[in-house]
Write a protein that binds this ligand. Structure first.
Ligand code: ADP
Length: 616
């Protein structure tokens, strides 16, 4: 019994304690600055109201108790607000929990947004006994929201807010401007229509999954520009915003224009794919290296060309190790070109393979980027071409030797025959004999030229140097050619009186070639001008003709062996093999001089040879 009483007593104490704490809590809530709480009768009479200690407290309890709540001055300033509140009280009196937002403005300087909750309290018979009114001042929150909206509108990105169910609620001005649609046209799920048809399915699926799972939504999709009709790529991100209980309140999202970036990435991807295709095609050897000679990447063609394994090339083998010493200087030159122009012009070199054999290649290089000093080299194995060239050189050398002997005999026999006929007084065949001699001379010149080209290419072209006056060489050639030229006058205008040390026969070859060409390529003209001039360091010869001239595009290549301007070969039928200028340039080069041409098509050409006075 005592125990029972004690326990009842303890329960009583606990009950009292709980009541006290509830009362304290209720008072705290009632007295809260931001939350005004009142008790109303079901017909809207104010029974009790919490104190509002803040300065702008807008409820004054003394005045109101016992009167209809809706008639308080702060509501009565707006019949609409009064009506809203009256309706809410009626609903609550009917047993519903009611929540509404109302805006009051009792004076010009006073404005409030209030979040109103009216909750019915029931008695044991489930009749509404009284109503609890809660009024939360959300003015600052609304202002902050408005500020956020202004801020969001100022963001260059497209911004959107969606409801927990995934339907779009709000988008910033940039979105409407971009898609060119009014607010109601992109509300809910209508935004999908602004996406590229190919992206709609994926966007919808990903969005629905995100809404269901609460995972971050991140998709690249094309959005249509309403003004231009163009679709641009956007990175669309949506992040769920949760309340204290972790429930999603809404989604905040942005659309960032990544079109240019994406296109650049695409271009980069394409170019990488193309490069990879080129790299893997193995048509030519490709390697990446740095100026120190370390190799970073090599393709299969290069591996085959060098005879080392890829691993050996990338870890142990140094560029210099596989470059024969005579090509190192040229390699340094390429590194200079790469530094200065970003490109190393193609040239021929050799590499030493693992088995010791040499492989001739044409190699061209380019710096990969300005930031790094890694460069890429393209190498073409020219072994076959080299072998062919060698065979050609050997053939020319053998053929010209073989031709020269019978021709010398023929020339000898011809002059013997000619003398015999003169002695015997037979004159009928004189003309034919002269023509035969001329043909044999032309043939001899051609064969001599062939022999010279072959000697130059085999490095066996010899020079017998002696001191000489250059004018003498020129004058002798002019005199000789003038005797056999009936069509042109060779006008030697000036003198230089320069003494040089050189091979007279070789210089004669040069001058003969220039003057013969001047005559040959000016069939309509009747003179060739020849000038000599001396400067402090050199002697200059100019041969000017008034003939067909040389088109600009051929002017560089006519000095290469067997290179003839097609215009002279095809259209005009000028005889020749394209060896004279090549031999002339080699001879002039031997003495440290230069040879050049200035020409206008149809107006003739001027060839200039400059020889330094201090020749060896
Ligand atoms: P070839 O005259 O035997 O063809 P060259 O080496 O002497 O060989 O000349 C090479 C080419 O240069 C000629 O085929 C011709 O096209 C061009 N050329 C040389 N000299 C002249 C010139 N004076 N006028 C026009 N074209 C010339």
């Amino acid at each position: 019994m005592l125990e029972r009483r004690l326990s009842t007593h303890r329960e009583q104490e606990q009950f009292q304690d709980a009541l006290f704490r509830i009362e304290q809590l209720r008072k705290n809530i009632l007295d809260s600055t931001y939350f005004n709480v009142a008790t109303l009768s079901p017909d809207g009479i104010l029974l009790e109201i919490g104190q509002t200690p803040s300065e702008d407290a807008w409820l004054q309890n003394d005045v109101l108790i016992g009167k209809p709540f809706v008639e308080a001055s702060w509501w009565s300033c707006s019949p609409v607000v009064q009506q809203q509140l009256r309706h809410a009280i009626q609903q609550a009196a009917g047993g519903e929990n009611v929540q509404i937002e109302i805006a009051i403005c009792p004076s010009e300087t006073f404005y409030r947004d209030i979040d109103v909750t009216i909750t019915p309290r029931f008695d044991a018979d489930h009749n509404v006994r009284y109503l609890t009114y809660g009024g939360r001042d959300i003015t600052q929150r609304r202002q902050a929201e408005e500020e956020i909206r202004v801020l969001v509108d100022a963001i260059p990105q497209l911004v959107w807010i969606a409801r927990p169910d995934g339907s779009h609620d709000y988008c910033n001005q940039q979105w409407y401007d971009y898609v060119g649609l009014a607010r109601e046209q992109t509300q809910g799920m209508a935004w999908i229509q602004s996406l590229h048809p190919e992206d709609q399915q994926n966007a919808l699926h990903t969005w629905q999954t995100a809404v269901q799972t609460g995972a971050i939504y991140e998709v690249e999709q094309r959005v249509r520009n309403g003004r231009t009709g163009e679709y641009r790529w956007f990175l669309v991100r949506g992040v769920p915003c949760r309340d204290a209980q972790g429930k999603i309140k809404n989604w905040f999202g942005t659309c960032t224009d990544v079109h240019d970036k994406k296109q650049m990435e695409e271009a980069l991807r394409l170019s990488e794919a193309r490069f990879k295709a080129l790299f893997d095609a193995n048509i030519i050897g490709i390697g990446l290296a740095d100026p120190q000679g370390r190799m970073y990447e090599v393709n299969e063609a290069l591996v085959q060309m060098f005879g080392y394994t890829r691993e050996e090339l990338l870890s142990n083998i140094h560029w210099d190790e596989i470059t024969p010493p005579e090509f190192r200087e040229r390699d340094l030159n390429t590194l200079r070109e790469l530094r200065e122009q970003g490109v190393g012009l193609p040239f021929e070199k050799e590499f030493v393979r693992k088995d010791g054999r040499r492989v001739p290649v044409v190699i061209g290089s380019a710096l990969l980027s300005e930031e790094s000093d890694i460069f890429i080299s393209f190498m073409m194995d020219v072994t076959d071409r080299k072998q062919l060239e060698q065979r050609k050189d050997e053939f020319i050398s053998i053929a010209s030797h073989e031709l020269k002997t019978p021709l010398t005999v023929l020339k000898l026999l011809l002059s013997r025959l000619s003398r015999k006929l003169v002695r015997e007084g037979i004159t009928e065949s004189e003309k034919e004999l002269v023509r035969m001699e001329a043909q044999v001379n032309t043939l001899t010149r051609l064969i001599n030229d062939l022999l010279d080209v072959s000697k130059i290419q085999l490095g066996k072209f010899d020079y017998i140097d002696e001191p000489l006056v250059f004018d003498t060489v020129v004058r002798e050639v002019v005199n000789t050619l003038q005797q056999i030229t009936t069509t042109h006058t060779l006008c030697l205008h000036s003198t230089s009186n320069c003494q040089i040390t050189a091979d007279a026969n070789r210089l004669e070859q040069v001058v003969t070639n220039l003057i013969s060409n001047a005559i040959k390529y000016s069939p309509q003209a009747d003179k060739v001008d020849i000038d000599l001039a001396a400067s402090e360091n050199s002697v200059l010869l100019k041969v000017r003709d008034y003939g067909v001239g040389i088109p600009r595009k051929y002017q560089k290549t006519i000095f290469d062996s067997f290179n003839r301007g097609t215009y002279t070969r095809k259209e005009r039928g000028f005889p020749g093999l394209g060896m004279g200028l090549y031999i002339s340039r080699e001879i002039v080069k031997q003495y440290g001089g230069s040879i050049s041409v200035e020409s206008e098509e149809g107006e003739g050409s001027t060839f200039a040879v400059s020889l330094p006075l201090l020749t060896k």
